[in-house]
Design a binder for this molecule. Structure first.
Ligand code: 5AD
Ligand code: FES
Length: 349
């Protein structure tokens, strides 16, 4: 699609036109990545963060929050619960740290999970910006996918929402390191950020394409009351939600063979948001399996669903919901992005 064609989708509020777009995106999904929905159990194991992103509830300067780090045994135990439930992979996410103790800790956790699951459980990391050496160590210890959202590909907007020592080019380099090391690489953006235009969002899609990204995770921006962005801007949640679906469909139509997540932020704004995401072209769901005692301390945004539930409490509910809307679940499979294999084959030649 041209930029104008993408903007036409993003700007539309014509139900008939949008239904047709979602149906087309769904067909493209069936053709390029298949019908199955893959689960990644997400373990949010620590809210300690060295960064201070203006939009994020666990930013360093938020003092209305007690900080936690799950012990290694508990992280591994939670991963094993997911494994036994037939999830093909888990996602380890936390605030950003890059000290030696943390790097060793993650390496240790990765090796234990791999050992205890006969290397069967796939592990994705979402631990922010790190050195190439660290990325390499974690890859060798068993992680095979990495998520690092660019948040917005508009450099000026990026700097505006990350005034604290973040640098757009460093983040971009991280994505390149990750790809070179051999990770399947995911990125994504927040949708409906203050000051973000439809043109920016269309450019985000071209960014994913240019950077040859394997996996996309995007969600509506949602305010958090303990962040600096709350006071300055009025956010239209309904608009952001529907933009979220339109972005999923546009990315599916444009990139075709990538994995796309129906993210929790969609569910935060609409009870059946994730199911709607799947119908608009997404093929990945990330059920939260963090033990319940930690969940309320990991609120990146407000209204995060299911914060009182425990590890697999959401599992049955989710399965029933998916089956009821005619989706199929891919158990015990990593559900890798087909795009990765094409990219890798090509790169190796
Ligand atoms: N609204 C929506 N998404 C958010 N994230 C962080 N804060 C918010 C917010 N207020 C997203 C960022 C980050 C991911 C882990 O969570 O995109 O990369
Ligand atoms: Fe922790 Fe942005 S606030 S990485």
């Amino acid at each position: 699609m041209t930029k104008e064609e993408i903007i036409k989708i993003l700007a539309s509020d014509e139900p008939d036109f949008l239904e047709e777009v979602y149906a087309r995106a769904y067909q493209v999904k069936l053709k390029y990545v298949g019908k199955k929905v893959y689960f990644r159990g997400i373990i949010e194991f620590s809210n300690i963060c060295r960064k201070d992103c203006l939009y994020c509830g666990i930013r360093r300067s938020n003092k209305n929050l007690s900080r936690f780090s799950m012990p290694k045994e508990e992280i591994v135990e939670t991963a094993l619960i997911a494994y036994k439930a037939g999830y093909g992979s888990v996602l380890l996410q936390s605030g950003e740290r890059a000290d030696g103790e943390f790097i060793d800790f993650i390496e240790d956790v990765l090796k234990s999970i791999k050992r205890l699951t006969s290397k069967e459980l796939g592990i994705t990391l979402s631990l922010g910006e790190q050195s190439p050496e660290t990325y390499k160590r974690w890859f060798q210890a068993g992680a095979h996918r990495y998520l690092l959202r660019i948040e917005t590909s508009n450099k000026a907007l990026y700097q505006h929402i990350h005034p604290d020592g973040h640098d757009y080019d460093i983040r971009l380099n991280c994505l390149k390191f990750l790809k070179d090391i051999g990770y399947q690489v995911g990125t994504g953006v927040m949708i409906g950020l203050p000051g973000q235009t439809l043109e920016d969002l269309a450019e985000d899609i071209f960014f994913f394409q240019r950077e040859d990204i394997d996996m996309i995770g995007m969600g509506p921006y949602i305010v958090h009351k303990d962040t600096p962005l709350i006071d300055k801007y009025k956010i239209d949640s309904e608009r952001n939600f529907s933009l979220g679906l339109k972005m999923i469909a546009s990315v599916r139509l444009q990139l075709k063979d990538v994995n796309i997540a129906a993210t929790t932020a969609l569910q935060a704004l609409d009870r059946t948001g994730r199911e709607k995401g799947l119908k608009a072209g997404a093929n990945i769901i990330m059920p939260n399996i963090t033990p319940s005692e930690y969940r309320d301390k990991y609120q990146l945004y407000e209204g995060k669903p299911c914060i009182k539930e425990d590890a697999l409490a959401c599992d049955d509910c989710l399965k029933n919901r998916l089956l009821s809307v005619g989706e199929e679940i891919g158990y015990k499979r990593w559900g890798d992005s087909p795009h990765f294999f094409k990219r890798w084959k090509f790169a190796k030649r």
